[in-house]
Design a protein around this ligand. Structure first.
Ligand SMILES: NC(=O)c1ccc[n+]([C@@H]2O[C@H](COP(=O)([O-])OP(=O)(O)OC[C@H]3O[C@@H](n4cnc5c(N)ncnc54)[C@H](O)[C@@H]3O)[C@@H](O)[C@H]2O)c1
Length: 365
């Protein structure tokens, strides 16, 4: 099998999970280069993971002939420009979540992937967990009846020091707070299992941190065909003994709780069918990022579209954008969003975020 050369842009916290996943595929895959604007970080990462080439210039990494696939592990606002530059340079791209800070950027990435015929993947590693696939199977087979209500919570605590990293806590670089960053996994899971809602009404606030972006959000989501409702809460200001990640789906004949996955029905025959469906799904050989990264490598090699491609990555971003738009305007927002929606573009969303910051400042002064 021909060796696949890979590179990583952004050598911070999450990059190690990418390096580890590629190392598990050696020698068929080789991590050949790393780029980080922080020279010490780039050098140390290269030494730690035995990467033969490091640079402080992403553009230099993209000129490396032997690199065919690039993982983008940078701050959010750089995902789209770097992914587009990488695809233009002929590389396949696997981008960390959220794939972009706006739908405008996500659409440009998808269009570039189509034009350059490169593979574009968006990291949502929870989709590869066996329990996610089990939940999907239980829902697809109607084993809990028709879902009518979901409750999704991402109640986490982030210490103030977390926001001392310059790109976090700012609308221009993080693109939002608890919703687009920490809860992007929860939003993706909701959309993956239940589809995009029709209407969203949301409120955000910044309650516990000295940051521009929200550290708390509450939203109600409504589907109309079939009718279903969900409540969603995300926070990085939840001082609980341990972080809470919860998803409950109530159906007419049972329920699913995650995480961990606990399906239930009071009908014994349904419980048996649920147990049988769950046994059909095997645990992936490697947990976490590795399962998705290995699958993306397989798709690049076999020339097939990755299951979580740009279009799939965009879905949760659409709901996240609708949540922000509703919070900024105080009005319910209808999906699908269009290019005419004020938060569709990066500039439009930023302008509305600035008005939110000003309103908050007025309120708290
Ligand atoms: N999938 C997950 O569960 C998960 C978990 C954590 C983080 N993430 C995502 O990973 C991404 C990175 O997060 P992190 O926590 O590793 O952040 P981080 O701040 O630790 O690392 C980002 C790195 O990017 C570098 N960088 C900034 N600008 C650059 C440029 N122009 N070129 C090259 N390098 C540049 C920084 O110097 C830094 O080393 C974010 O998108 C985040 O949401 C995903």
């Amino acid at each position: 099998m021909e060796r696949l050369g890979v590179g990583i842009i952004g050598a911070g916290g999450i990059a190690g999970a990418h390096a580890k996943a590629y190392a598990q595929l050696a020698p068929a895959v080789e991590l050949m280069g790393v780029a980080d604007i922080d020279e010490d970080r780039a050098r140390a990462f290269a030494a730690r993971h035995q990467v033969p080439f490091w640079t402080t210039e992403a553009e230099e990494l993209l000129r490396h002939d032997e690199i065919q696939l690039v993982s983008i592990c940078t701050p959010h606002h750089l995902h789209a420009p770097l992914a587009i530059a990488a695809m233009e340079a002929g590389k396949h791209v696997l981008v960390e979540k959220p794939m972009a800070v706006s739908l405008e950027e996500a659409d440009a990435m998808i269009a570039t992937a189509q034009r350059t015929k490169r593979r574009l993947g968006a990291i949502f590693q929870l989709r590869y967990e066996a329990d996610t696939r089990r939940a999907q199977l239980v829902l697809e087979r109607g084993l809990i009846g028709s879902p009518f209500y979901a409750e999704v919570s991402c109640l986490w605590w982030r210490r103030p020091v977390y926001y001392e990293v310059s790109w976090r806590g700012r609308w221009s670089t993080e693109g939002g707070g608890a919703v687009i960053n920490q809860a992007s996994h929860h939003v993706d899971m909701l959309v993956h299992l239940l589809g995009l809602p029709r209407t969203v009404q949301a409120t955000i606030d910044t309650v516990a941190h000295e940051i521009e972006v929200e550290d708390w959000c509450m939203a109600s989501l409504h589907w109309d065909n079939p009718p279903m409702h969900a409540s969603f809460c995300a926070s990085t200001a939840a001082e609980l003994e341990t972080d809470v990640s919860r998803m409950i789906i109530l159906g007419t004949h049972g329920s699913i709780q995650m995480f961990p996955f606990r399906p239930y029905s009071r009908y014994e025959e349904r419980l048996t069918e649920i147990a049988e469906a769950c046994r059909e799904v095997e645990e992936p050989p490697y947990p976490g990022h590795s399962a998705q990264i290995h699958d993306f490598v397989r798709c690049v090699r076999e020339g097939c579209p990755p299951p979580v491609d740009g279009v799939e990555g965009r879905r949760s971003l659409e709901l996240i954008t609708a949540i922000y738009q509703s919070a900024f305007t105080g009005e319910p927002v209808q999906l699908p969003l269009t290019a005419a929606d004020p938060c569709y573009t990066t500039a439009g969303k930023l302008e509305m975020a600035r008005a939110y910051i000003a309103r908050r400042a007025e309120r708290t002064s």
